[in-house]
Design a protein around this ligand. Structure first.
Ligand SMILES: Nc1nc2c(ncn2[C@@H]2O[C@H](COP(=O)(O)OP(=O)(O)OP(=O)(O)O)[C@@H](O)[C@H]2O)c(=O)[nH]1
Ligand SMILES: [Mg+2]
Ligand SMILES: [Zn+2]
Length: 320
């Protein structure tokens, strides 16, 4: 029987099948992969299961190859070990808030690069739109225009207001989605606003440190009424850009990727090299100016440089 893993507690997996949700175990042979990943089966995985002895139970027999996966390095000492959060993602929504915490374009850019590295389509949610004042309204117009121009969907939400998440709901009408972003931006509040009765079910989405060695994340996929699937995640502060070479970074910024073939050196890192087409294309976009005329915004180029510096330092945890 085929099913979708919708919840993982570390030892058991809940699998949505045509015959309902089955509580499944994982045979020991899958555990051997633990050296490379802390968790062999994650939400979003499509698995084949065999019915167990008791009704409503089963055993995972096979994991279908993943289209993509969202992961970060496991916390703690097991440096280099991957912690996979979710597989087969249609859109990872990077949630930011207008205020509390203040919108952080640099963080958005880091998440966008991460999504690109992992081959995950990304969108941007700007939550707490109810906290917008005149100044922040101009700033939000600017950011929304910038990211839309780059091809990313941008939606505004007010998680605490009736119907304040309807634009996001429309964007989630099919497929598998995940909310990522810093702590406190309102990811769980959005899940509650989108999915009636989700409150209790999302409350156990938490990070727990086991014996101080590594952090385990229990996540679940929740069905959106009449639509797709959505996962909440705890606030992410770090994620792996392990193995990304300095000269590769530009390929994950669409507007840099578009002009870099014009650089004199094929391995140009676009910061110090002569004949750099990227540097020539950087121009400041002032709030209120026509974004469509801009080539590469100063803000995005700054994000690029700060990530480049982190990669050069060998510091893969660029999410700070
Ligand atoms: N004014 C306002 N407050 C909001 C909105 N959405 C969430 N909040 C508040 O922001 C705080 C954080 O919300 P959460 O939903 O817990 O944030 P989170 O992103 O899930 O945080 P972590 O689970 O720590 O990653 C809560 O006090 C919410 O009430 C909003 O749209 N407007
Ligand atoms: Mg939360
Ligand atoms: Zn260059």
């Amino acid at each position: 029987m085929r099913g979708l893993v919708i919840r993982s507690t570390g030892s058991r997996y809940e699998v949505q099948t045509e015959q309902g949700v089955m509580s499944c175990t994982l045979p020991g042979r899958f555990r051997q992969q633990v050296a490379v990943a802390t968790n062999p089966v994650v939400i979003g995985d499509i698995v084949h299961i065999e019915p167990g002895d008791e009704e409503g139970t089963g055993r995972v027999m096979e994991i279908t190859p993943r289209r993509n996966k969202l992961s970060r390095r496991a916390a703690g000492r097991r440096v280099g070990v991957e912690h996979v959060i979710m597989a087969n993602i249609d859109v990872a929504w990077i949630v930011q808030s207008v205020q509390k915490p203040k919108f952080n374009g640099g963080l958005v850019d880091r998440f966008l690069v991460m999504a690109s590295v992992y081959d995950i389509p990304a969108g941007i949610v700007i939550n707490k739109a109810d906290l917008m004042d005149e100044d922040s309204a101009d700033a939000m117009d600017f950011w929304a225009g910038l990211y839309r121009h780059l091809g990313y969907p941008v939606v505004f939400t007010r998680a605490m207001l009736p119907d304040g998440a309807s634009d996001l709901r429309n964007a989630l009408s099919q497929g598998m989605h995940v909310l990522v972003g810093a702590s406190g931006v309102g990811k769980s509040s959005l899940v509650n606003a989108l999915i009636p009765g989700a409150e209790q079910r999302t409350s156990h989405v938490s990070e727990r440190t086991r014996k101080g060695r590594h952090t385990t994340t229990f996540a679940e996929l929740i069905r959106i009424p009449g639509g797709g699937w959505l996962a909440d995640t705890p606030g992410l502060r770090e994620f792996g850009l392990v193995g990304l070479e300095p000269a590769e970074l530009g390929h994950h910024f669409p507007e840099i990727a578009a002009v870099l073939p014009g650089c004199r050196f094929p391995n140009c890192t676009h910061d110090h090299e002569p004949g750099c087409r990227v540097k020539e294309s950087v121009q400041e976009i002032l709030v209120g100016s026509d974004v469509a005329e801009a080539r590469i915004s100063a803000e995005r180029y700054e994000s690029y440089l700060s990530m480049l510096a982190a990669i050069r330092l060998g510091d893969a945890d660029t999410g700070r």
